[in-house]
Design a binder for this molecule. Structure first.
Ligand code: PNS
Length: 189
């Protein structure tokens, strides 16, 4: 019997409970599932690709057939490179459908050998997106129930650094503010 390998491409900035739900569903259907983070230099991300990779690796550590990778260029080219036959995408609501259909049909045009498979996350995650998680966090709201615990912790750390940067003076970068506070701790001779 043929083994089916799928990729689940996306930005995952940050990964949410909705992503995790979809990964779990995908891992039950496909023999192998690669969560593929797009390295997109044009975007201004909250988390680096390395951070997102680490978070996803920890979140999916219990799924034996799930691995994490990064890619750039066309998703279809990446899929062929890793010998996947399926592109997995989540659809939360009708509003996702138009964009997802467009993307799936374009990917089919580019590479007819690949199939896009849509799965729905649990209803309770149907309003959840990385963009909203970023917005809630940046405006001081709690994201504890929206993302896995380890991601919530990383988001809090990010927001603390941003807050210190703001209160440390607008002309200082986070590393400048850090080195200034370190200097203050050194007792004067
Ligand atoms: O999580 P996102 O941001 O909705 O993921 C979008 C993603 C990464 C799947 C999409 O932007 C993508 O496939 N980008 C790679 C470039 C590409 O293949 N473009 C043509 C798709 S029609």
């Amino acid at each position: 019997m043929k083994r089916i390998k799928a990729i689940y491409p996306g930005s995952f900035d940050p990964p949410t409970n909705g992503h995790l739900d979809l990964i779990e569903r995908g891992s039950k259907i496909f023999d192998e599932l690669v969560v593929a983070i797009l390295r997109n230099p044009e975007k201004d991300p909250l988390f680096s690709v390395a951070d997102r990779r680490k978070m996803l690796e920890e979140m999916t550590a219990d799924f034996a057939n799930v691995s994490i990778d990064t890619f750039d260029g066309l998703t279809v080219d990446y899929a062929l490179r890793v010998e996947a036959r399926v592109i997995l995408r989540g659809i939360r609501a009708i509003s996702d459908y138009e964009y997802e259909l467009q993307m799936a049909l374009m990917n089919r045009k580019l590479q007819p050998r690949l199939e896009t498979v849509f799965m729905m996350p649990a209803e309770k995650y149907s309003y959840l997106s990385s963009r909203l998680v970023r917005e809630v966090a940046q405006l001081g709201g709690s994201v504890d129930s929206l993302v896995p615990q380890l991601v919530a912790q990383k988001v809090r750390e990010k927001m603390d650094v941003a807050h210190k940067f703001e209160t440390g003076g607008l002309d200082k970068t986070p590393s400048e503010a850090k080195s200034q506070s370190r200097k203050k701790k050194v007792p004067s001779p």
